[in-house]
Design a protein around this ligand. Sequence first.
Ligand code: SAM
Length: 268
Amino acid sequence: MLFYRSFNYVLSKYNVGFLHFLFLIQSSLGQHCKSTPESADKTGLCQTPSNEETESMSNALAVVLYDEDSVLPIHQRERTFRYCGRDIVIKQDWTGLGVAAVVWDAAEVLAEYIEERAEILKDKSVIELGAGTGLVGMVAALLGAKTTITDRIEVLKYLQTTVETNLPPDVYQSTQVLPLDWCKDLDKFHTTYDVILGADIVYIEEVFEDLLRTLIQLSNKETVIFLSCRIRYDRDTNFIKRLEEHFVVLTLLYDKDKDVNLYKVTKR
Ligand SMILES: C[S@@+](CC[C@H](N)C(=O)[O-])C[C@H]1O[C@@H](n2cnc3c(N)ncnc32)[C@H](O)[C@@H]1O
């Protein structure tokens, strides 16, 4: 079931030709449980496929042709982005760390948005939630924000290394990389922030209430929250509605190519 969901998602998201399609069968089978963030389990990590799924994977593998050019961006081992006049090189680790160790389109949308509006972040206290590779947080830090970049403890070493290798030493010095699991670490965060950033963090229904509680606790009346989201399912829309009970939610833009919404969220 997970396989077919991932499969449909990939076909609808990427308009691929037939050879690409065959390659994607291979990619999806190898990583079928991690092809989209929503196919990960509550911890964001991969679930073991059932015997039935494994068997269908082996059968399908027999017809796969390999085409190096059709590797999806999230499957590439390394990607280079350019923000604030610097190259940011991200080593992706889809096989090891899954959804957290690849750059999602929503991160690019949010990074571009803040880069074009440096005044939103300069000298502000900023926290990034569910940072994954930390791309958005690094751009915030480069723009002069006092930045705290967070994710689950499982991905922290990877995140720390990515941030340390990409930021100039003086910027890195004033940037924090901290564990923040919305379900269990909230009591360690007592301050509120000027700006909260979150890219593609609305996808696990089981933790929606924890995410909401996190946003409430880390914000005050002046805080501006930027959430970039691909809305994949009704439950994601429901989360935005739930958010509106506590916050004013404004859609700033919809990136049609990337299928990503960017929301500006402020406390009621
Ligand atoms: C789809 S990835 C997005 C990563 C990155 N923001 C990006 O857009 O490239 C979702 C991120 O949310 C994080 N995440 C999932 N559940 C979480 C939780 N309970 N607490 C904190 N982070 C969580 C994952 O570890 C992962 O890094």
